[in-house]
Design a protein around this ligand. Structure first.
Ligand code: NOJ
Ligand code: CA
Length: 702
């Protein structure tokens, strides 16, 4: 008998005590020792089952070690995995424990997002808590593990009572997965934060990866399930990486603090939720990603109506392709004249925002390493912020702010009030922040005023980001962070956290070596984008800004650029190219003008990780639907049944698809734009070229 099966048997002993549909014993039964070859003696196990009855988590101890297992349809999914926390001083929470108290609960609530990929979210789950108590190695101590089981996956967190001021040095949470499962990942703990090309390998070949870490259980011809391991509600803690120990045994590795410890604790604390998303299909992972929102606390900010979802243009790509500079000089991008031109373009084409980078003092010289030079309330002399804010307001457009900090936290923090006041005075409502620096070179200051270096997702940065959000809210500002801490669903609690980067975005196509490969945006929806909105900045129409022979050309067709507006969700969605490239291509540009950035609902219809995706979304302000489909380097035709449309209603489908001979390498601009009438029983056949795509607007008839 495998370990997992043995644990299952143990759990079954208790199933008979369950009187609470799907939830294990609420009061603990006498401890049962099941001696199995590979199964250590255990106290008791408690379990909870998903509302659909398919997924089950069991909490138990094995030789005094707190452990958990997860099964799906009765089969092992996460084999027996350790739970525990270790500290620099005082008693650890890892050995000699037994379960002394349990409680069960279930929850069904529907709540609304002020903006989002869907308006209404349902939180339906069963919950079990287990109190683990130890009298081993020191004074009696206890902690609680709270586990929730949704149809879309399982989650658990530690709740630890007050034991004073301590340093957490190791979270030993394991995820014992199938070592031969295929997985999609970026390396963690390396210099470029989350900005890496995804790799596709069996689990057994990884060393240290970021989350969401996505796996497909495809051994022996199996076609799933799909898993994504991630975290929710990362607050006052360190971001979690996953390290592989024994084959298939992943262990939480926390991004360090400047002093090498992991989390500074003072009093009672709760860890973020450790989440294992589970789905039968790749599209199912995308559709189940609201699990992260459900695991975050409700809105604590109240009214955030100062933020309205929308599309923007900006003085941005011009710097990345060396047409302009951020710093002062003859090619300075952020001039009053240039900004007026962008405001005019935005107003003429229905964009609500204009981002301007390089407008403030500090960019001259080696800005990467001179974060202390940035002045966030001092424009360059050729950027007249007051005149521009009036000019924008008269045209019904808002400027979007930019704060590049070069990851110098003290310099930014000391100017936050002045910086946000300036933006508020000038009618801004969104600020893009940036933290460019090697991942371990985040500049900090300790209590004694010494310069220290921290990690990008270490506790200090996590705390900083939340402080910035709270402060921004005081000034009526929303934040779009680049070089961010990964998204863990905090936008539910702090809905001015509107978007972020946190993966390779479009900028890598301007200068990345190599640029993003064709499969990049066919992997993102199933990995990074599960976590939340991304400011990817799509919509480049000049696919060869550095010339045809340059390594840095955009490895997509033009139609695929349009598809990105539906596939990648962000409530601030950029049309990233230069205005002249849109003016020269008015027909495809029409789709960017039409597509919304705020949705009533979203459904991933089909896809496979790294191959393709078909995503449908319904506009929040009308009855129109939009479909985006894109593929990797393999051309394919996707069938899109339109059964999500209203019965009995006809729609005009405005289809933007790859032209007959389109191919990202040889003929990327070929695009066919056509219109036809469709109804719910119809199926659209969308031919996608090599690294191609399709974007469809379905305009509801009366
Ligand atoms: C990196 C950001 O991702 C990019 O959008 C920005 O233009 C540069 N940093 C400069 O702040
Ligand atoms: Ca970046």
């Amino acid at each position: 008998m495998t370990q997992a099966k043995a644990l299952k048997a143990l759990t079954l002993v208790f199933a008979g005590f369950s009187g609470l549909g799907g939830i294990g014993p609420a009061t603990l039964s006498p401890s049962v020792a099941v001696a199995q070859e590979s199964m250590p003696a255990s106290s008791a196990s408690v379990d909870a089952t998903s509302p659909d009855g398919r997924t089950e988590i069991s909490l138990a101890t094995a030789n005094g070690q707190p452990v958990y297992t997860v099964t799906r349809d009765g089969k092992p999914l996460i084999a027996q995995s350790k739970l525990g926390l270790r500290f620099a001083s005082g008693a650890n929470l890892d050995r000699g424990f037994e379960i002394t108290e349990t409680a069960a609960d279930s929850h069904d609530e529907t709540w609304q997002q002020p903006w989002g990929e869907k308006r209404t979210v349902r939180d339906l789950h069963n919950e079990i808590t287990a109190r683990f108590t130890s009298t081993d190695d020191g004074p009696e101590r206890s902690f609680t593990v709270r586990a929730r089981v949704f149809d879309a996956g399982v989650a658990f967190r530690y709740e630890v009572p007050d034991t004073g001021e301590r340093a957490l040095v190791d979270e030993i949470t394991e995820f014992a997965v199938e070592p031969n499962a295929t997985s999609w990942w970026t390396p963690a703990g390396e210099y470029n934060r989350y900005e890496y090309i995804y790799k596709t390998t069996p689990v057994r070949d990884i060393y240290r990866v970021h989350t969401p870490y996505t796996l497909k259980y495809d051994v022996e011809g199996a076609d799933g399930p799909y898993l994504a391991i991630h975290e929710a509600a990362l607050v006052d803690y360190a971001g979690m990486w996953l390290d592989q120990r024994r084959a298939g045994v992943l262990e939480a590795e926390l991004a360090p603090r400047h002093d090498g410890t992991k989390v500074k604790i003072d009093g009672a604390f709760k860890t973020p939720w450790r989440v294992i998303q589970i789905a039968d299909t790749a599209a199912g992972l995308v559709n189940g990603a609201d699990i992260y929102l459900n695991l975050n606390a409700p809105n604590q900010l109240g009214d955030v109506s100062y933020f309205e979802p929308g599309k923007y243009v900006g003085i941005w790509w011009g710097m990345h392709i060396n047409k302009y500079t951020w710093g002062s000089g003859p090619d300075h991008g952020a001039t009053t004249g240039n900004t007026k031109r962008y405001i005019d373009f935005a107003a003429e084409n229905g964009f609500s925002g204009v981002l301007v980078e390089g407008w403030n003092i500090g960019w001259d010289g080696d800005w990467f390493n001179n974060g202390d030079k940035f002045r966030f309330a001092e424009p360059y002399p050729d950027f007249d912020i007051e005149a521009l804010s009036d000019y924008a307001a008269n045209k019904g457009v808002k400027l979007i702010g930019h704060h590049e900090t070069a990851a110098n936290l003290p310099n930014y923090e000391s100017q936050l009030d002045a910086a946000f006041q300036l933006y508020r005075d000038n009618g801004y409502s969104t600020v893009k922040t940036g933290y460019v620096a090697d991942a371990s070179d985040l500049v900090l200051e300790d209590e004694e005023g010494f310069r220290r270096y921290g990690w990008h997702a270490g506790q200090e940065r996590v705390v900083h980001d939340l402080n910035v959000l709270k402060k921004a809210h005081e000034y009526g500002l929303a934040i779009n962070a680049h070089e961010p801490v990964k998204d863990t669903g905090l936008r539910r609690t702090y809905p001015n956290a509107v978007s972020r980067e946190g993966a390779r975005g479009m900028e890598f196509n301007a200068w990345g070596s190599p640029p993003n490969p064709p499969e990049h945006t066919a992997i993102l929806p199933y990995t990074r984008l599960l976590a939340g909105p991304m400011d990817f900045t799509p919509g480049i129409f000049d696919l060869m800004p550095n010339g045809e022979d340059n390594e840095n050309r955009i490895q997509t067709t033009l139609a695929k650029q349009l598809a990105l507006y539906v596939v990648i969700y962000s409530p601030v969605q950029m049309a990233a190219d230069l205005p002249e490239n849109y003016e020269a291509n008015p027909e495809p540009f029409q789709f960017i003008k039409d597509v919304p950035a705020d949705w009533e609902t979203s459904i991933a219809l089909d896809g496979e990780v790294g191959d393709f995706i078909v995503q449908a979304r319904k506009d929040r302000k009308s009855d129109d639907w939009y479909v985006g489909a894109l593929t990797d380097e393999t051309a394919r035709t996707v069938s899109v049944p339109l059964d999500f449309l209203d019965d009995g209603r006809s729609y005009t489908a405005e289809i933007y698809r790859d032209g007959e001979d389109a191919d990202w390498q040889t003929n990327p601009y070929a695009i066919t734009i056509e219109s036809r009438t469709v109804t719910a029983p119809d199926t659209l056949e969308l031919p996608l070229a090599s690294s191609g795509g399709a974007a469809v607007r379905l305009v509801a008839g009366r």
